[in-house]
Design a protein around this ligand. Structure first.
Ligand SMILES: Nc1ncnc2c1ncn2[C@@H]1O[C@H](COP(=O)(O)OP(=O)(O)OP(=O)(O)O)[C@@H](O)[C@H]1O
Ligand SMILES: [Mg+2]
Length: 406
């Protein structure tokens, strides 16, 4: 799906709103490992993010970066025997879910925090009608009788635009298409008006037009129910249409986080640059789509330094020695890259990213002369005026390494 620049006229309103609101969910310094036959897999190494009422946070990153594990930890869905939650806290309305009893967690799961997954078939019961499944979800958390719950289930099916809901409620999951099953999952998730909806790649298995409609539906329902949403995807293309804020994950860590404008148009981490360059835009020729070279690291045998360094064309010497901390860019934006350290050599980002910076200036109202916000036009202008970039050598940053070691 192509990404259009978000509409903005001078002020980043999202930023202003975000600073004011209180967090409904806070994940702080989460560390999780798994016992496996090959040894300890350090899946989540230090993950922090937060969510406000009515807000949508997108979590993006390649396969294996830890998106699902960090959100499953919120609802206690990780395999207990094999999982070691080494550190951190998950505060839901101020209460640490990692310290909650199984009974408390069961109550939170379903009624306060609901999850939908990529493949609805794995979460739906194949031998129960869909209406009854939604009704059961309602009855588990209310005192409604079966008949009233079923009537409410049909109303919810109408809300997610299932035609002929009164009849379809008596159909079984296999009688629906993938997109329709995902709508049923959304209806089920919303049955108890959850405070938080976690959608783990809910559109990945669907074709593009169905994807777009499911995303629209989640957005509409979110506004109606004032639900906060965590939307997990490895496709940055859909993020601009859903998210207020974005957290980019790599190798079990959040490496960049900011408002959608900040991450799309003022990205600071070379991994985010790579993800953005690998996302089709209006001005990209699909034949030439870039992919980030190399593979994610083996999480059971991490080398010292930044796990992204071997794939990073902008890696400095220091990256192979010490993992970068999060550097603050604005009150809402930070990134874990040594390029933000004052002592680092100044580098020129790739051309596409420079073009995005021009758009960002425009969105922030810094570019007074410009009147149209055509991304393609801006990109071409920036391409023409930009300098070529080149990777930095180890020597460039030896000074930084020495400085840090003092
Ligand atoms: N039960 C488990 N036992 C061992 N390792 C696990 C287990 N579950 C997840 N992992 C590992 O934890 C890491 C993070 O996995 P996770 O499922 O969160 O990735 P993801 O970002 O959701 O990827 P995807 O986009 O493929 O869904 C991976 O290295 C994965 O292999
Ligand atoms: Mg996953």
């Amino acid at each position: 799906m192509p990404t259009n620049p978000p509409k903005g006229n001078g002020k980043d309103l999202t930023t202003m709103k975000l600073i004011k609101e209180k967090n409904i969910l806070e994940v702080n310094h989460l560390k999780i490992s798994f016992k496996t036959l090959e040894g300890n897999v350090q899946a989540i190494r230090d993950v922090s993010f937060s969510l406000k009422k009515g807000e949508t946070l997108a979590i993006v990153g390649e396969s294996g970066s830890g998106k699902s594990v960090s959100t499953k930890a919120i609802t206690g869905l990780l395999p207990q025997r094999l999982t070691n939650i080494e550190d951190g806290e998950i505060l839901f309305n101020g209460k640490d879910l990692l310290k909650a009893s199984n009974k408390e967690l069961t109550k939170v799961r379903g009624s306060e925090i609901a999850m939908i997954f990529q493949d609805p078939m794995t979460s739906l019961n194949p031998v129960m009608t869909v209406g009854m499944q939604i009704a059961e979800a309602i009855m588990a958390h209310t005192r409604l009788d079966k008949k009233t719950a079923m009537a409410r289930a049909i109303k919810l099916m109408e809300k997610v635009e299932i035609k002929d809901a009164a009849k379809k409620a008596y159909h079984y999951p296999h009688q629906f298409s993938g997109g329709m099953r995902q709508r049923i999952m959304i209806a089920m998730a919303l049955a108890c008006k959850p405070k938080i909806l976690i959608a783990d790649e809910p559109t990945t298995a669907l074709d593009v037009s169905v994807q777009a409609r499911i995303i629209e539906l989640i957005n509409e329902l979110k506004d109606e129910f004032e639900t906060s949403v965590i939307f997990i995807t490895h496709d940055l293309g859909v993020v601009a249409n859903v998210a207020d804020r974005v957290a980019v994950m790599y190798a079990g860590r959040v490496v960049e986080t900011g408002t959608t404008n900040e991450v799309f148009y003022h990205p600071q981490h070379p991994y985010t640059w790579g993800l953005l360059e690998a996302t089709p835009t209006l001005s990209t020729d699909d034949d030439q789509l870039y992919t980030i070279p190399g593979n994610p690291p083996n999480m059971s045998n991490l080398k010292p330094g930044d796990p992204f360094a071997p794939r990073n064309p902008f890696a400095l010497g220091i990256d192979f020695v010490t993992e970068p901390p999060m550097f603050r860019v604005t009150e809402t934006h930070s990134a874990a890259t040594w390029l933000l350290d004052d002592r680092s050599p100044k580098i020129t980002p790739p051309l596409d990213i420079q073009a995005r910076y021009v758009v960002y200036d425009r969105l922030m109202g810094r570019d007074k002369g410009a009147s149209t916000a055509d991304y393609g036009e801006v990109a071409i202008a920036a391409f023409e005026s930009a300098d070529e970039f080149g990777p930095k050598t180890f020597d460039d940053s030896v000074a930084a390494v020495e400085y840090l070691e003092v």
